[in-house]
Design a protein around this ligand. Structure first.
Ligand code: NDP
Ligand code: GDP
Length: 379
């Protein structure tokens, strides 16, 4: 590998953000190293297109086996890579699952951040290595009284996390800030509101909705079961957000930044928008735990859905023990200081996600019909 290039180390490179960030850094001429976990089956489908064979000589993309729960491994990788920039995106990132695995999430999302920071210090790289920490709007907890005078959460709003995930991430936030202040390290938090894409994990609400929209429209799924339709989120596109992560580490001074669109939308309205993409209009009826959505109109002759068919039902099993009701972020600082301008709006995001999932369902259907795909998923 060449030494003249800037070198970046990305934890969580196999995830949604890691994959987009790796693409961006490679485009910018970086040498990119990623940490991937050993799994019993392949977990690299989001980055397989970036793979380069070590045996073919000079490469600028390389993966290292590792885990944020393993200090020795983290120290060894950082020592070997000598990164100019570390993007710590690795995390158990699902809020609902964090209630099932609270100790694990504390270890990975909380102490994992400390392991990165301390490794840089142990190796004497404080002056060389800049660190980006993936913080989250879940830190705010959605308390209405904590919004600023304009009605948004910003860099000065108080935190009140409402899940083991949020609590673990608040440790990550503060330990990053503490290492910056204590040891003069270039360590920054990006406090990111929800961001999505066709690469979003299948159990997050947006992706669950766009996948179900495609499968229902193509007659491969009957009904979509969701939890709280009254939650509101500030959704952006992951591609836009990784661009800002990079910008945060290019500043003269290390600081924390909120990344958000400044618009909040009900989960119910995301469902509406998603089905509208395939020409299906929905009507919602019932309340809370009994709410359903029916087909009101089907404007696309390609999809044969009967009027009145129930396509969405609420299942309280998806409710969380404590919920974050509403998130909306104020991106003013990021826009003014970083010069960050997101390219996607919500409509563009939904369009891209639904189109990708229609493609995916069609491809899987074709493979299955021709006997090349053995799965029960669409039975
Ligand atoms: P994903 O869930 O898509 O990716 C998480 C990544 O972390 C995966 O590569 C995963 O590996 C890796 N990982 C999980 N556990 C460990 C571990 N013990 N050691 C090392 N790596 C691990 O998340 P996103 O890409 O969406 O998010 C990136 C970061 O940003 C996360 O920290 C998330 O909490 C945070 N964030 C995300 C937001 C969003 O809306 N997307 C909003 C705010 C913050 P594997 O593929 O093997 O599972
Ligand atoms: P989060 O904001 O990080 O928790 O992202 P999610 O996509 O997991 O959830 C966003 C919101 O959608 C939360 O308020 C959830 O309670 C709500 N929601 C409603 N139904 C579902 C569902 O079936 N799955 C998920 N993941 N969230 C749901």
């Amino acid at each position: 590998m060449s030494s003249a290039k800037k070198v970046a180390l990305v934890t969580g490179i196999t995830g949604q953000d890691g994959s987009y960030l790796a693409e961006l850094l490679l485009e910018k001429g970086y040498e990119v190293h990623g940490v991937k976990r050993r799994a019993s089956s392949f977990n690299t489908k989001r980055i397989d297109h970036l793979y380069q064979d070590l045996h073919e000589g000079h490469i600028n993309f390389r993966l290292h086996y590792g885990d944020l729960t393993d200090s020795m491994n983290i120290i060894r990788i950082i020592q070997e890579v000598q990164p100019d920039e570390i993007y710590n995106l690795g995390a158990m990132s699902h809020v609902k699952v964090s209630f099932d695995s609270p100790e694990y999430v504390a270890n990975v999302d909380g102490i994992g951040t400390l392991r990165i920071l301390e490794a840089v210090r142990i190796l004497g790289l404080e002056k060389k290595t800049r660190i980006y920490q993936a913080s989250t709007s879940e830190l705010y907890g959605g308390l209405p009284e904590n919004k600023n005078e304009k009605g948004f959460y910003d860099e000065n709003s108080p935190f009140y996390p409402r899940s083991p995930y949020g609590v673990a991430k608040i440790y990550g936030f503060w330990i990053t800030k503490n290492y910056r202040e204590a040891y003069n390290m270039f360590a920054c938090n990006g406090v990111l509101f929800n961001h999505e894409s066709p690469r979003r994990g299948e159990t997050f609400v947006t992706r669950k909705i766009t996948m179900a929209t495609a499968a229902i429209a193509l007659g491969k799924q009957d009904c979509l079961y969701l939890g709280n339709l009254n939650a509101q989120r500030d959704w952006g596109h992951a591609k836009d957000y990784v661009e800002a992560m990079w910008r945060i580490l290019q500043q003269d001074k290390p600081e924390d930044y909120v990344l958000a669109m400044g618009v909040t939308t009900y989960v119910r309205d995301f469902v509406r928008l998603s089905f509208a993409e395939v020409g299906i209009e929905l009507t919602f009826e019932g309340t809370e735990e009994n709410e359903i959505a029916k087909v009101a109109k089907c404007n696309n002759p390609a999809y044969q859905l009967e009027i009145g068919k129930v396509v969405v039902r609420v299942d309280p099993k998806y409710y969380r023990p404590t919920e974050v009701d509403l998130l909306i972020g104020d991106p003013t600082k990021s826009k003014t200081k970083l010069g960050w301008e997101p390219k996607y709006d919500l409509q563009g995001l939904v369009q891209e996600m639904v189109a990708a999932d229609i493609d995916l369902v069609k491809r899987e259907k074709l493979l299955k019909e021709s006997g090349y795909l053995v799965t029960n998923q669409f039975d």
